[in-house]
Design a binder for this molecule. Sequence first.
Ligand code: HSE
Length: 436
Amino acid sequence: MTQSLPQLSVGVLGAGTVGAQVIHMLAEKAEDFSARSGAAMSVDAVLVRNLDAPRDTPIDSALLTTDPAQAIDGRDIVVELIGGIEPARTYVLRALNQGISVVTGNKALLAAHGPELYAAADASGADLYYEAAVAGAVPVVYGLRESLAGDRITKVMGIVNGTTNFILDSMASRGLSYKDALAQAQELGFAEADPTADVEGLDAAAKCSILASLAFHSRVGIDDVEVEGITSIAADDMSEAAFFNRTIKLLAIAERRIGEDGREGIGMRVHPALVPNDHPLASVDGAFNAILVEGEAAGRLMFYGQGAGGAPTASAVLSDLVAAAHHRAYGGHAPRESVYAHLPILDPGIARTRYQIRLQVEDRLGVLSDVAGIFARHGVSIQSVHQRDDREPGACVIVATTHLAREADLQAVTRALGVSEAVREVTSAIRVEGEE
Ligand code: HSE
């Protein structure tokens, strides 16, 4: 059957866990993929750094090459799975400039150079697909780019990093410290030996900017995202969260808001946040991802599933391959970059958030009023205050949760508390989300 179909040559860049799975699944289900795309795809070259590196999923050694030209030039579709900016950017542009469609899972590249890649694809008529770049198997790129093209998206909020979710979940469910939870995530292969991009929130920020760009039809990049990682979250923060029926999640949030000049803009932030236990994102455990999307007409939608791993990510790559192959064989193309709205990036200080601030204070007459005065002076309204004795003699713990306030004012409150003579220590200041 496949003999009569258009034959398409695919080059794969990178033979790591995902690349190897893509090659394996494409070969194993070749008939299905031909039937779905209407074209017979064959992987004819696989770019690797080292021809002799051990591989979990074996790849025909005749396909392996260390020569990018051999893997790219003259192919119909190139699948880029090497990650990082360079040499991935050079390779992807080399393909797009030849009119070769590209399927990539490279969030860092898209977040930093998306417009350049889109322009190259546009100029040559090639497709640029990247479902695997955000949340692995979860079809949220397709969801925003195509399924929700008929709606006006107001907010995207989600857990888009499985490594940090696994760490925070281990801290919450088993009382581990951050350090022990990270070590365990590394042992189990959920966290990289160098976990910086995950735990500092950079991976989530790249994904946040990609989702925001699709949701709000505007050009935004990773540098437009306010980022705070999870490295300062302590075991005590988790037990405190549990006391208040909440848990802590690393959230990526992108929303439309009205700026102080009255114009609409985009706010993007990645930070740990307390979410109530009955919130849909609170029960997303382990290394899973979930993204809530709010559309004016659709209301709230939730995308949930495996955000990483060989087979789940390969599933996303293969769905893009089917679409790109169909276009290649029969015409049509992937959606172009949609940035017609040109919304500006808003000053992060005007974001409206809530904080839960935990303090160790002197246990003396009037201390509560001193603390409350600091909030009032900065125009921040307190929603609730919880006070209890501290382990240290002469001290007590105050946990104050605010109403919605400007981020800049909340930060000013935190700074002022830090230098107040009533306060021994600002133990933590964590944002509260999902309690509208
Ligand atoms: N490192 C990412 C995560 C997976 O932990 O979710 C790839 O984006």
